[in-house]
Design a binder for this molecule. Sequence first.
Ligand code: PLP
Length: 367
Amino acid sequence: MSVVTFSSGPQREEAQAILTIDLGALAENWTLLSARVEPAECGAVVKADAYGTGIEAAVPALAKAGCKTFFVAHASEGVRVRKVAPQATIYVLNGLLPQSIPTLIAHDLRPVLGSMDNVAAWQNVPGMRACALHVDTGMNRLGLAPHDVAGAMSKNIAVDLLMTHFVSSEEASDATNDIQIARFAAIRNAAPHARTSLANSSGLFLPQKPYGDLVRPGYALYGGNPTPDQKNPMRAVVSLEAPLLQIRTIEGGDKVGYNAQWTAKRRTKLATIGIGYADGLPRAAMATDIRPGGEAMVAGVRCPFAGRVSMDLTVIDVSDVTDAALKDARAQLLCEEITVDDLGLRSATIGYEILTRLGARYHRRYI
Ligand SMILES: *Cc1c(COP(=O)(O)O)cnc(C)c1O
């Protein structure tokens, strides 16, 4: 049985969608990944408010499971992690911004240096404080060029982690993975005393086992599938349900929603549910006459969206749900049958974006 440990966000109200975050499942996912990579250490990426689940709830749950190293994108996120994980090692991925140096020092955050400018700026900080060095092995986004690593290591900086990031680790057969692993191996000796880190969630499932000393899973911790071509080995962490605000029956040929983009093919029973794009449900999940959209589960029945997703409302086709079952039912947008990956796919995006856009208007329950 699940126990609600605490809740946050707006007060629970009848008109409102409810987001449930299973901290037990989050901890279990971390434990599973940690066992997979032993003896390497398993960290946790908690940027973007722990992928929408809430830093203040997710980090203590992960720390309790045994996680000691956290990665964030911004220094301000690191400050929030430090408040709830006083002992943790915290790396800030987005490089070193000069204005953030006092914050990094005050909260004992380690920057991930990604350019020679970053290296020069950190070198001037008194006390040789620990930092990571990010090597770009193919992403062309952040990180030093491999040929700059030796030069960076000759400066007066204390690099305790040498890392790189995969371009397409979710595609196990992509040759880019091998190329990146080889490029990283070629510069590894330039920083012989630093620990190494290559793998994000999907990197943990590559046949090459590129674990290094420390892995950096994010998405998989929150229930996303790190192996998109195979069954998801992770437990779902986030579920989302919305109230049925109104039921109506329309005739074949009647249209639904803004700009009348969806036409009923038969007599159709509709439910209007209290969730829309202002809550983070992508507008691209709309259903029109030319393409199907998202789905919701109502009383165990899969119900397709009908028409456009509006700001606060979405209409679904509940023709296959009996009137008796509709009474007191709620629509589930994310649940066992509909994963973040599924909703991403039906919204022309990825589950990552679904998670990180989870709205502020939900009543949040942590179990
Ligand atoms: C976001 C991020 C991760 C985590 O990636 P997932 O695919 O969510 O596991 C790891 N490393 C870096 C550098 C990142 O930016």
